[in-house]
Design a protein around this ligand. Structure first.
Ligand SMILES: Nc1ncnc2c1ncn2[C@@H]1O[C@H](COP(=O)(O)OP(=O)(O)OP(=O)(O)O)[C@@H](O)[C@H]1O
Ligand SMILES: [Mg+2]
Length: 425
């Protein structure tokens, strides 16, 4: 591809980066290999920082002092913008978010001076595809550019149409329907996302078929951040393609957690997009996934809504997670009553008590008596959990020998048998 993505005024870099005609890299560092037709640019208010990043990318790259400057030059061709540290304030990220909503051809990578969880969350929710902490090494940056550049390739289309069983059978790998497991709690912060992500990772490693994790906490989903993913697509894209959700389409929309192979369908990047997704669409997506996955795990928000009810209804198992404090137990009790009122079969509900260890003053048997359900699993409280979350590494990987990781592995065992079939207690 030889055309410029900019309106050509002669001053700008006018070849997509990676084309044969590009200037050779000035350094010995590995050279940039953005996918064909994708242009790489640098945005930062500070000229010296711009130059430093350009040097790290090792090429002839256009630079901009601000996002509006870049916006004025976009023409629809794919662009990866490396945003320097001056773009990490709230106002700039909000501007980035607006730009990314209208310019689907743009993919962004943010270099942060100091990487905090809140900045990572804000950046990813603004639609930034990857966040790197300064000082960055060249390879890390080049890999990020390559990854984001590849994600700008258009979603592959198939000729297949809607939900026909024959089509699903054509693409389904084994014909065996996967097990759907919803992780739910009526209390915020109970540990749903921690449990869902670790369970997904363990099952993905043990299963001989794909395992998917769907973030149905549509407004404030954390799964992508917890697994340090830079998703190219989210549930919003799945809903947009709802009329052709066969295996190839779903696979093209899922983001792989490379260390485990877990396939993740992240929540929308903007809370506002949650409105576009209803229970019917979610059920369609989960039905599509269970046709080729051995397990589909669903993380949820801390309240009942139509999506959560739909997910619970279609699930084989519901992991109801409760923290070991009185407000948690009170809310979970109300949640259980609601589930009973909704005629949810109690056999599919499994109680997981989180932060259950000797330092907590509540007695497990007392909690079980109050809830009238016995606990399937006890997860101890451990500082390695928040530590691992802050690193974006699931605790089963970050601290595999910890008590909490072992308890999570054991819980996952209940969903795996030698044949890959469901195993129930
Ligand atoms: N066993 C544990 N030991 C120590 N900390 C824990 C444990 N389980 C969860 N946490 C901490 O509790 C916090 C909330 O966990 P998590 O985000 O998984 O909860 P959640 O139920 O998904 O919350 P939300 O309702 O906001 O989605 C995290 O900071 C996590 O580190
Ligand atoms: Mg959560």
């Amino acid at each position: 591809m030889s055309s410029s993505f900019f309106e050509d005024d002669g001053n700008w870099f006018d070849e997509p980066f990676g084309s044969e005609e590009s200037e050779p890299s000035a350094s010995d560092a590995p050279s940039l290999s953005a996918p064909e037709g994708v242009t790489v640019v640098v945005v930062d208010a500070d000229g010296a920082t711009q130059a430093e990043i350009v040097n790290q990318l090792g090429g002839n790259i256009a630079t901009f002092g601000s996002l509006p400057e870049l916006a004025a030059r976009l023409t629809g061709a794919p662009v990866v913008a490396v945003l320097g540290p001056s773009i990490s304030d709230d106002a700039s990220l909000s501007a980035a978010s607006h730009m990314l909503q209208t310019h689907h051809e743009l993919g962004t990578i943010l270099i942060a001076q100091e990487l905090s969880t809140s900045l990572l969350q804000l950046a990813l929710r603004s639609g930034v595809k990857d966040v790197l902490a300064a000082p960055i090494d060249n390879l890390q940056l080049l890999e990020a550019v390559d990854r984001v550049g590849s994600s700008l390739a258009p979603v592959p289309t198939t000729n297949h149409t809607v939900g026909s069983d024959e089509l699903y059978d054509e693409f389904g790998s084994s014909g065996e329907t996967g097990q759907v497991i919803t992780v739910f709690s009526t209390k915020g912060g109970a540990g749903k996302s921690m449990l869902a992500s670790n369970l997904g990772v363990v099952l993905a490693q043990r299963s001989d078929r794909p395992v998917a994790l769907v973030d149905a906490d549509l407004q404030f989903g954390d799964i992508a951040v917890m697994l340090k993913l830079a998703p190219a697509h989210t549930l919003v894209d799945a809903v947009a393609n709802a009329d052709r959700l066969d295996e190839p389409m779903l696979r093209s929309l899922l983001t792989t957690h490379e260390p485990s192979g877990l396939l993740v369908m992240p929540a929308p990047l903007e809370p506002a997009f949650a409105d576009q997704i209803g229970a019917a669409e979610m059920i369609q997506i989960i039905e599509g996934l269970r046709r080729f996955c051995s397990h589909v795990i669903i993380d949820t928000p801390a309240y009942f809504n139509d999506v959560v009810l739909g997910m619970i209804e279609m699930s084989d198992d519901v992991l109801l997670i409760a923290g070991m404090d009185i407000p948690n137990i009170k809310n979970v009790k109300i949640g259980l009553q609601t589930l009973r009122l909704l005629n949810t079969p109690m056999e599919k509900i499994r109680l997981v008590l989180n932060r259950a260890n000797s330092k907590v003053k509540l007695d497990v048997s007392e909690v079980e008596r109050t809830l009238q359900v016995s606990a399937d699993s006890l997860l101890p409280s451990d500082v390695v959990v928040p530590q691992s979350i802050n690193k974006g590494i699931p605790v089963v990987h970050a601290s595999p020998r910890s008590g909490v990781a072992r308890a999570l592995e054991e819980l996952a065992n209940d969903f795996i048998s030698v044949e890959g079939n469901r195993k129930r207690k």
